[in-house]
Design a protein around this ligand. Structure first.
Ligand code: NAD
Length: 480
């Protein structure tokens, strides 16, 4: 095959202005922190800024500012007025979309094509969607006059920094709660730019508070007696710790945790489309996706054909500068995450799996891992059981549809699954038998604010998005 070289098409970073240091966003103002940690561009190792580490006193101040705003302003405001603020935020996010996309890519390492075309449009869509609900909450299926909890404490991970923020802040505000949000320590910059958007939208002080820092800040928020509801997205281990801390406290809790999604290819599937779906399922966002299709289950009769086509397709994936508009796979978000991916991949080889990656040069600086598939994997291997959260696919086979279901469900997780088949009846049958919160048919990794998202088993409690997601933000709503 003749090669087709792409000229570099770098996005300019001139649109963003990054401060040398950032404070905490409490009661509508930026307050300088006492200690700081660096924000690093994972694609280059460049230090982008200094981020404040919130103290316990800062957590207390942020919670009391959220309480005050809840009692004096936000809970008293007519819902249609609350909606106007959400619409205003949504429109500002659209106006400043390019700035947010560039900043997200610099801070997170994800390709600009994804932050520009997926993350930021979905963020704005979440605010628009929830703005629409704010004055129609009596129709959400949670009673005639559903009541907000009060103060929400939200803790989010680094894989979709601004999108996870939107998943928490938009429903919390639409339902009349105020919020204190803690971004992940490696990706604080777009949350801090969002704080500026709150100022620009003239959102009443204290309705949104943003505290940066490590897990200790998250734990202080979880254990704060004046927080009424915790909304957490992150790892299953931390989710379990939070569930223990919150038990018997009277706080409401939603958990969006890890996954080990099965992407199941039946032999009647359209193979070329399925190969695109496999690539999207595991290499989108460097595989830093809770609902990634990280376990490929291929029916035996088509195994060789699928693997040949998959390898050929993977050879065309472009890995490199996330700011280049041609890039498919960007940088791994942190040295810690890279070490975890390397450790699990080494375990895969030790346990007898066979690893394959296309030829691809990794940049000298920053954190990188090539797209990788493992064949010869069994259910017992760690790479088939544990979440790798990187661009690594474990390939397993099955003979009968029944066996596919058993293998797909043989995991402590239950977040996502994909079914590839031309037969509608097979898709419906499989969807009925799969224990996963989100099931895609002949597609993968499709998100929409109107559609509920969440997991079973160790993948979490509750749903986010759609009408179902609203219930978690009401007293006595779902998942209390
Ligand atoms: P993580 O659990 O290490 O951290 C998540 C957040 O929790 C961070 O902000 C962190 O500072 C904070 N935190 C750490 N210790 C804490 C504690 N003891 N108490 C309170 N907060 C604490 O997870 P991560 O590595 O940032 O993110 C990756 C994980 O997130 C993966 O497992 C992924 O599957 C999951 N995730 C799930 C969803 C979903 O919707 N189900 C979405 C995205 C990511």
């Amino acid at each position: 095959m003749s090669t087709f070289d792409y000229a570099p098409a770098p996005e300019s970073r001139a649109i963003v202005s990054i401060d040398s240091a950032y404070g905490l966003f409490i009661n509508g103002k930026f307050v300088p922190g006492k200690t700081h940690f660096p924000a690093i561009n994972p694609a280059t190792g460049e230090k982008l800024s200094k981020i404040s580490q919130a103290s316990t006193a800062d957590v207390n101040k942020a919670v009391s500012s959220a309480r005050n705003a809840y009692q004096k302003t936000w809970s008293k405001m007519p819902p249609a007025e609350r909606a106007k603020y959400l619409y205003r935020i949504a429109r500002i996010l659209q106006e400043r979309a390019r700035e947010f996309a560039v900043l997200e890519t610099l801070d997170n390492g994800k390709p600009i094509r994804e932050s520009r075309d997926v993350d930021i449009p979905l963020v704005a869509a979440h605010f628009f969607y929830h703005a629409g609900w704010a004055d129609k909450l009596q129709y959400a299926g949670c009673g005639d006059n559903p009541k907000p909890h009060g103060v929400v404490g939200a803790i989010i991970p680094w894989n979709f920094p601004l999108l996870m923020l939107a998943w928490k802040i938009a429903p919390a505000l639409a339902t009349g709660n105020t919020i204190v949000l803690k971004p992940a320590e490696t990706t604080s910059l777009t949350a801090l730019l969002f704080a500026q958007v709150c100022q620009q939208a003239e959102l009443p002080a204290g309705v949104v508070n943003i505290l940066t820092g490590d897990g200790k800040v998250g734990a202080a928020l979880v254990n704060h007696p004046d927080v009424d509801k915790i909304a957490f997205t992150g790892s299953t281990d931390v989710g379990k710790t939070i569930a223990r801390s919150v038990a018997h406290s009277g706080k409401s809790l939603t958990l969006e945790l890890g996954g080990k999604g099965a992407n199941i290819i039946f032999e009647d599937a359209a193979i070329d489309e399925a190969v695109e779906g496999i690539v999207n399922g595991i290499f989108f966002n460097q595989g830093h996706v809770c609902c990634a299709g990280s376990r490929l289950l291929v029916q035996e009769g088509i195994h060789d054909e699928v693997l040949d086509k998959l390898k050929r397709r993977m050879s065309q994936i472009r890995l490199g500068d996330p700011m280049d508009k041609n890039t498919d796979i960007g940088a791994i978000n942190s040295s810690e995450q890279l070490a975890k991916i390397k450790e699990l991949s080494a375990a895969g080889i030790r346990e007898g799996g066979e690893s394959w990656s296309p030829e691809c040069a990794l940049p000298d600086k920053g954190f990188w891992f090539p797209p990788t598939i493992f064949t010869g994997v069994t259910q017992a291997h760690r790479i088939a059981r544990e979440e790798i959260f990187g661009p690594v696919l474990s390939v397993l086979t099955f003979r009968t549809p029944q066996e596919a279901m058993e293998k797909a469900n043989n995991t402590p997780f239950g977040l996502s699954a994909g079914i590839w088949s031309e037969k509608g009846s097979r898709i419906l049958w499989a969807a009925k038998h799969l224990q996963a919160g989100v099931i895609w048919a002949n597609t993968f990794n499709k998100f929409d604010p109107t559609s509920p998202f969440g997991g079973y088993k160790e993948s979490g409690w509750g749903r986010e998005g759609g009408r179902h997601g609203l219930g978690a933000y009401f007293k006595g709503g779902n998942h209390d």
